[in-house]
Design a binder for this molecule. Structure first.
Ligand code: ADP
Length: 262
């Protein structure tokens, strides 16, 4: 944005110069645009299951003309759409909570090994039903990490549940924890369907799902990795993804080791 003011001589009003103020508004504009896009994405995502539920409510009003099988089918779909709405709302609230208080870091001591164990227990029904070998490789080095425990749990849970979701039956998922005086490294690796090169950066954007048709079969909101990215940033960390289509993916989170931080 450029603002100019002509400067004139007080006595004879002669023009003696031009004051030019340059203001960089690109960052502000970008934020505004992102917010606008987010609101329209949220509206769209919420409207889809709601429209479907409303449509089926109308059909159910004609229940006298429907047989039991039809009614059951409709109720099942409504239940699925209802779950989808709940997931969306939960994820949207989580994302906005993390975004809003990202600067107020909580100072709880975090036991990563314990969190990995809880995540593994939580996902047990999911990975067992697909006969996925879900294992951990933990190197118990000396570390200290402080922050918001719930967010940290959410980050590990999202990465691991994606790994299970996008891996076929009989595959594997491995969580590895290692590090040194400088960093803590958490890797979640699977031998699942993989991510195309052109999507690797975009998957961290809100609502982005790789190839809607392949993702459609798997439940999700496209918000999981956006949440993960925010949480990693709240720990001053970085996240990397390595993936080969059809072979598998690895998400690597690198966080500074607070214990030896100056
Ligand atoms: P979703 O709710 O769709 O899982 P995410 O934000 O967690 O949303 O992930 C975005 C997209 O990234 C997913 O739709 C999926 O296509 C891809 N993805 C994430 N994790 C993996 C993985 N471990 N393997 C393959 N694809 C993945």
């Amino acid at each position: 944005k450029i603002r100019t003011t002509v400067i004139k001589n007080d006595l004879n009003k002669e023009r003696i110069g031009v004051l030019c103020v340059l203001q960089d508004v690109t960052e502000k504009r970008k934020l505004e645009r992102m917010r606008h896009e987010f609101v329209s994405n949220v509206s769209h995502e919420l409207r889809t299951p709601l429209t479907s539920i409303s449509g089926f409510v109308e059909t159910l009003k004609l229940w006298k003309q429907l047989d039991d099988e039809n009614i059951n089918e409709i109720i099942n779909i409504m239940e699925i759409e209802n779950f989808r709405l709940q997931r969306l709302i939960n994820d949207i609230l989580k994302l906005s909570e993390i975004e809003n208080i990202i600067v107020q870091r909580e100072n709880e001591e975090i036991n990563i090994i314990k969190i990995i164990e809880i995540v593994k227990k939580t996902l047990e029904p999911m990975y067992k039903s697909k006969n996925i070998d879900f294992y951990t490789d933990i190197d118990d080095f000396d570390y200290e990490i402080k922050g918001n425990k719930d967010w940290f749990y959410n980050m590990i849970l999202n990465l691991c549940s994606n790994a299970v979701k996008y891996t076929n039956d009989n595959g594997f998922v491995r969580i590895k924890l290692h590090g040194d005086r400088e960093k803590i490294v958490i890797s979640v690796k699977d031998n699942g369907i993989g991510i195309p090169d052109e999507d690797k950066e975009k998957i961290f954007e809100r609502f982005y799902r790789v190839d809607k048709s392949r993702s459609k079969a798997v439940k999700g909101t496209g918000l999981g990795l956006a949440i993960v990215k925010y949480v990693v940033e709240s720990f001053d960390g970085k996240i990397f993804v390595k993936s080969t289509l059809g072979k598998g993916s690895e998400f690597i989170v690198v966080i500074p080791n607070f214990k030896y931080k100056a």
